[in-house]
Structures are given as C-alpha cells and as structure tokens.
Ligand binder design. Structure first.
Ligand code: G6P
Ligand code: MN
Length: 445
C-alpha cells in the first residue's frame, strides 16, 4: 500500500512515520512517498525517518520527490499537510492582524482568513491533480485551516477527502479522564466546525456523565479547558468548548496577550524550525534526537499565551502530545481494512446540522468503514453556538468565493463578516496589509 505525504519535508512527518512503524497489521503501508517543494527539507526529514526505521524490521520504504504528479500516481492514500508561505508566512499573518488590533492565529479570525486565502488555491490544484492521477485515492487533509481547506478540496474530490484534527480527540480524552472513564468506551457528543466545536455530553454505558462534571467545580477546574475557560463560564455554557473557542470567548485578553508576547507563535516556530533544518545540513548530526528535542519544546509551548492570560499554568504532561498521527492512522486503517470505527472528523454535513447545507464541511463524529466516513446524527446546537457556526461558515464561503474569482472585494467581505473583526475599515486595512506582504495573494484584484 502506497501512502503519499504532501508537505513531506514538514516537521511533523516523523510523528506519522512513527505511527506507521508501530503498525504491524496485515495490509499496512509498505511505501511512503514524501513530496515537498524544498529538497533540503525533504533530506532533513528523510534523515530523521532513517534513524526511526533503523531498528525496525520491514519498515515502510521511504522515497522523496519534488514532482507532484510522480508522488500522486498509484497512491492509495494521500496525506496533505502543506504550509503555503511557510512559517514565515504564518508569522506575517499574525503580525499584520495584531497591528490592526485583531487576532492573527493561523485558523481563527483574520489570520485564519489570510492563511485560507493563500492556501485554498493551492489545495484546489492538488485536489484536481489527485482527481486526475489517483482518482481512487483517499485524501486525508491535515492542512490548516482544516475545515475550510477540506471543503475546498471536497468540491473536486467529494467525500474522498476527509479532514482531521486532534483537538476534539484530546478534549474528549481529557473529559473522560477526569470523569474516571475509559475514553475508548465513551461516546463523545461533539459537533461544530474545525476549532469551533462543543462537547455537549459524554456517555458511558448509556448514561451522560457530563452533568456530573459540570456539577463539580473541583473536577471541572482540574483540567485544561476548566483552567482556560474558568469553571463559571463552563457551567454557564453547559458544555465544554474546543480550546480554540478561547480566542472567541476571551478575545480581548488573547489579543492583548499575543500583542505583548515577545514572539508570536508563528515567529517562535519559524526560528525554532530554522535551527532544526539548519542542523540537519550538518553531516553527522543526530537527526532523531534533534527532532525530538525540538518537538518537545513545541508541544510544551502550545497555546502558552492563552494559558498565561487565563492563569492556567503549564500543560499537563498527559496532554503534551495531541496525537493527530494516531487519528490519521486510525482513519486510514478503518478505510483500508474495513475496520469499522467512529472518529471525530471534518466531513460534508449531509443534513447533520439542519442550519447548514449538505456540502458544508463540519466537524462531527463519523462512522468510518471501507466506504469512507459517514457523519452520525447529533442534537442541534444551542442558538449562540449555531450563530457562531453559521457566521464562520459564511466567512469560509466568502474565502472560497474570493479564491475562485480572485475578487479583492470578496476578500474584504470575508474579513469584515468575521465575528472577531470589528469594522469594515479594519477588514480593508487587513486586505491591504496582507496583499503587501504575501506574494501568494497577488491573485486578488
Ligand atoms: C493542535 C491543532 C492543530 C495544530 C497543532 C500545532 O493539534 O489542532 O491544528 O496544527 O496543534 O499547533 P502549533 O501552534 O504547534 O503549530
Ligand atoms: Mn487542529
């Protein structure tokens, strides 16, 4: 079985390869093709994978190429984990937004729109190439903003593209853990958009255990989301939001924290990873240990400004690794081997949330088998959550329209309609700022 990884020179590829190495089952991946635009990044990652495979018999064979068509031909699965504009682009997204007093996070608010406007045209090209060269392949999209990018690709690939994120899994796992339940036995009632969803219940043996958590301030304040959002707010909501909703519910504080930070997240990661890739050019460098050190530092500092502004302290050791490679592997196995399972995924709505049309990509538990991912039916969201979901989906649709038409006015509309952008004039200045720094936005006219 052939797996192609787009963005194959990316920093998190060794996580995926590590998960593949641990898979000893029948029908596992035997060939991995890494595709990237940058040869030196491919070499760096190939060195890490080489060290990972050293002690493993029958490790999947790894090849690397900068030729997209060659990478796609004959692929059974395609993981798409690209970063258009690199981490410098991410840092620019943050800087331009913060200068206007709004959030520049890569998936939320102005930053997410800017990143989406740059990424959608590239993702659409890839989807077209896949449809042409590997029409039977399943595409698993990791590329952020994951919901929007998955929807863009689904217009060309239908349900053969599925988006993934590890944050709902991590959230469900944390809630199960504080409740003393086995996450594998729990049904997590979660729905929304990517980085914009809520856990409304967690059923074990047919009983909803979430009310027990909401009723117990000690328990509620003992884990990541309790510390981030505060016990009182979670009790008012009657649900546990995805951690990315911190940017919405505490927008003023998070913007301030990011403005005051010594470096934005993108700038920090750009510097950190530049050092890693530089080190990998040195003959004799210990690739795996350098990668592992860099990874650990990245995980420990994840959402640090949010936690600091909320007084939430350090991350729990158990939460450090999100495990998105595990979600990807579980999804791939369920499809390839017809191992029926349920995963929270980004898939087309198909009527699951009645307020959105059938083609809107949402994040929801889905039953997965050899036929793909089938969203399960869920209870409707309360009005306040429906309002946010519809507003943000409306913004995503403007981003898709701007990417298709190249209309600058539509791009302004996308920014202006976002709940975290507080004026049409701000939206105009954002489009100016972003088109000034990003060559990838030259198509907006
Ligand atoms: C979480 C999010 C991902 C994100 C990752 C890394 O897992 O769900 O969407 O890519 O964190 O975030 P970072 O800030 O380290 O790039
Ligand atoms: Mn995510």
């Amino acid at each position: 079985m052939k797996l192609t990884i787009l963005g194959g020179g990316g920093f998190r590829v060794p996580l995926v390869y590590g998960a593949l190495l641990a898979d000893r089952g029948e029908g596992r991946v035997t060939r991995v093709v890494l595709h990237d635009l940058d040869d030196s990044r491919l070499n760096a990652v190939a060195r890490v994978l080489g060290e990972q495979a050293a002690a493993v018999p029958d490790a999947p064979e790894v090849t690397a190429t900068t030729d997209l068509d060659e990478a796609l031909r004959g692929a059974d699965f395609v993981f798409s984990a690209i970063r258009v504009g690199g981490l410098e682009g991410r840092a620019d997204d943050e800087r331009v937004a913060l200068a206007q007093g709004v959030l520049g996070q890569e998936t939320v608010g102005a930053g997410g729109i800017a990143y989406g406007l740059r990424t959608v045209p590239v993702a659409v090209d890839i989807a077209r190439r896949v449809a042409h060269l590997a029409p039977d392949a399943w595409v698993i999209n990791f590329t952020n903003p994951a919901g929007l990018v998955t929807e863009a690709m689904s217009r060309h690939l239908g349900d053969r593209v599925i988006g993934i994120c590890d944050s709902p899994v991590g959230l469900g796992r944390r809630i199960a853990r504080v409740l003393g339940a086995d996450p594998k036995e729990a049904w997590i009632d979660y729905v929304g958009l990517n980085h914009l969803g809520w856990v409304r219940g967690l059923r074990v043996a047919g009983r909803d255990e979430l009310p027990r958590l909401l009723a117990d301030p000690g328990l509620l304040g003992s884990f990541e989301e309790g510390k981030l959002f505060g016990v009182d707010w979670l009790r008012s909501l009657g649900a546990i939001p995805n951690e990315y909703l911190h940017y919405y519910y505490f927008n003023r504080e998070t913007v301030q924290a990011y403005q005051q930070a010594e470096k934005t997240r993108g700038a920090f990661l750009a510097d950190q990873q530049a050092r890693f890739y530089e080190e990998m050019k040195r003959p004799g460098a210990a690739a795996l240990s350098a990668w592992d050190r860099t990874r650990a530092e990245r995980e420990a500092t994840y959402m640090a400004e949010n936690r600091e502004s909320a007084g939430a302290g350090e991350r729990d050791a158990d939460d450090l690794s999100g495990g998105y490679e595990k979600v990807a592997l579980a999804l791939m196995r369920a499809i390839a081997r017809d191992e029926r399972t349920t995963l929270i995924l980004n898939v087309r709505n198909q009527g699951t949330l009645s307020v959105l049309d059938a083609d809107a990509v949402i994040e929801v538990p889905a039953l997965v088998d050899a036929n793909g991912a089938h969203p399960v039916s869920v209870a409707p969201l309360p009005e306040h959550a429906t309002g946010l979901v519809c507003a943000v989906k409306g913004v995503e649709r403007e981003v898709l329209a701007a990417a298709e038409s190249g209309s600058r006015a539509t791009a302004v509309k996308a920014f202006a309609l976002h709940p975290l952008v507080d004026s049409v004039n701000v939206a105009r200045r954002l489009v100016e700022g972003y088109t000034d720094v990003h060559p990838g936005l030259a198509y907006l006219r």
